[in-house]
Design a protein around this ligand. Sequence first.
Ligand code: HEM
Length: 245
Amino acid sequence: MDRDFFYSIMNGEGTLDYELYLNTKTLLSCQKDFMDFCNADELQFQIVHQVEEMWMKLIGYTLLDIDDYIQKEDTNRVITLFRRVHIALRLMVEQLALLETMSPKEYQEIRLRLGNGSGQESPGFRTLLRMHTPLWQSFKTCYLDKHELTIEKIYNSEYSHSDAYVVAEAFAEFDELFQRFRAAHMQLIMRTIGLGAKSLKGRSVDLLNEGMRVRFFPELWEIRSQMTDNWGGEYGVVRDPIGGH
Ligand code: HEM
């Protein structure tokens, strides 16, 4: 195929309504020129990162709306919007797999072009890391404190599958999926550069392991352990066999 011809039409003219509305001219110029790529994997390397930034932008924007609806205790809206966040996070996890089609050697070539850049500088990721605390505070104020509820009550002693419980589970899913992104990203690193190597900013394994331990909403995970301890005081020590012998 005539590579130059297809290169020349791939970004479009940018003049049709579809192109104007979506700003495709600018969007498709956000990657390096075809001639400037160091190898055939660099385009997908840039695109996967850019797409992930777009999903994080959508997630951050949606979390702001979720916060507004939490203030109004509009549970239906909160749940629908959390579903959007969850789907976007699942896409973020899945899309990392594209980069597993890049060989370790080809990544080393790209890596030489990254300057001092590191995922730590991701604007989307840094924004999300700042959103969970105020969001959790809104939930506690509007769904718990205002109704004299606690996490323990909605999960255990006053459990009724209430709005507060359903919203709390949406928070838990958000937390879990964010961790899944971190875990998938760790696997990707292991596959591409190995975990033992020094990164552009020092020892990345330590930094990433630290992140893997972080939970956005620790109370939602602690309640499960507390319930297990309380319900089965002798769990792991003595339990009657089901058959009674
Ligand atoms: C082959 C692909 C990739 C490799 C080898 C890689 C490697 C790394 C490494 C070594 C770090 C540790 C920080 C450092 O030492 O600089 C890091 C951090 C990070 N990377 Fe990647 N990465 C890849 C793809 C991606 C993609 C596609 C994203 C999507 C946004 C991403 C987002 C991040 C984020 C957000 C951090 C900071 C994590 C934190 O602070 O907990 N990375 N990456």
